[in-house]
Design a protein around this ligand. Structure first.
Ligand SMILES: NC(=O)c1ccc[n+]([C@@H]2O[C@H](COP(=O)([O-])OP(=O)(O)OC[C@H]3O[C@@H](n4cnc5c(N)ncnc54)[C@H](O)[C@@H]3O)[C@@H](O)[C@H]2O)c1
Ligand SMILES: O=C(O)C1=N[C@H](C(=O)O)CCC1
Length: 272
């Protein structure tokens, strides 16, 4: 049954995050599910999304036409793939719906397209929607600003064996924060994928390592390794609901904002 509550479309409805979001919206008294999207050809298309998830009917059929679904909604919550997210950014802007982007692995040209779409609508994008990680971003920036290049910075992350991108979106957020704290550009100091005779570590570099295995939800360490001591800032996620909760909070937060690109630091009011 449709009510006056803000309508949310979930893209990637059958995905790990998609299903988590749909369950959480179903339990909420602040929003309603008005659309569930999957990629063309997916075997959930045309089925009730609640039933496809193995539960009670939700009264929303899974569809593959984004524009029609977005036109009926106040927000689009999107955890899919870079190509899909770029397409959705243009269409959500056309529909003037808030676009919450959790998708990671976005290339520089994808980010440009998203920036362009944000001229016309509110976009909230973050490689990690959890409160803890966004606090860790702030802490990382502060610690990096306080310590000089005698401290080598390494970001180490672990995720489940289905993850397709590396470094994780979170690792890149943490690397960006460390670079900002140091007053350098991450592009100039990023050191990824060491293998073979790499030579000694370059002073000032920010290193990234990725572990993939099992069902790890997401773990991140920022290591500051100095002479005689090592400082480790760590976040451990044990449940995807924390990402979904953050994304839905962002969808509501964005309703009265002016067009532009925002992040979870804005949503959570963590700006210093
Ligand atoms: N920002 C965060 O807090 C956060 C948290 C978890 C995951 N993620 C990111 O979200 C993304 C999805 O993660 P996941 O674990 O749910 O992946 P997943 O593979 O389980 O789900 C992705 C879903 O998107 C669907 N999809 C792909 N193209 C589509 C299209 N054109 N239209 C509609 N649906 C489409 C796929 O069919 C799939 O069901 C990844 O990039 C991941 O890194 C971000
Ligand atoms: O499961 C994933 O994929 C996750 N992706 C985000 C990232 O790339 O950092 C957030 C954690 C989970």
């Amino acid at each position: 049954m449709m009510t006056d509550l803000p309508g949310i479309v979930v893209t990637g409805a059958s995905g790990r995050m998609g299903q988590m979001l749909i369950r959480m919206i179903g339990d909420s008294d602040k929003m309603q599910l008005t659309g569930a999207l999957e990629r063309p050809g997916h075997d959930w298309i045309g089925r009730d999304v609640g039933e496809a998830m193995g539960g009670a009917a939700a009264g929303v059929l899974v569809e593959d036409d984004p524009l029609e679904a977005f036109a009926r909604a106040q927000a689009v919550v999107d955890f899919t793939s870079p190509a899909a997210t770029v397409e959705f950014a243009g269409l959500a802007a056309q529909a003037r719906a808030v676009h919450v982007i959790g998708t990671t692995g976005l290339a520089p040209e994808d980010l440009e397209a998203i920036k362009h779409a944000a001229h016309h609508a509110v976009i909230v994008r973050a490689g990690n929607m959890s409160l803890g990680v966004n606090l860790l971003v702030q802490l990382t920036k502060r610690v990096a600003a306080a310590l000089d290049e005698e401290f080598d910075i390494e970001v180490v992350e672990a995720h489940h064996n289905r993850k397709v991108d590396a470094p994780s979106g979170t690792a890149l957020m943490l690397g960006e924060a460390a670079a900002e704290g140091r007053g350098v550009s991450l592009e100039d100091v990023s050191d990824r994928g060491r293998d073979g005779i790499t030579g000694a570590r370059k002073k000032g570099d920010i290193g990234f390592s990725a572990i993939r295995g099992g069902d790890v939800v997401g773990e991140h360490d920022v290591i500051f390794a100095g002479p005689g001591e090592r400082l480790v800032l760590r976040h451990l996620a044990s449940d995807r609901s924390l990402f979904a909760r953050g994304a839905l909070r962002a969808a509501l937060w964005g309703q009265d904002k002016t067009p532009g690109e925002y992040d979870m630091i804005d949503v959570l009011g963590l700006n210093d």
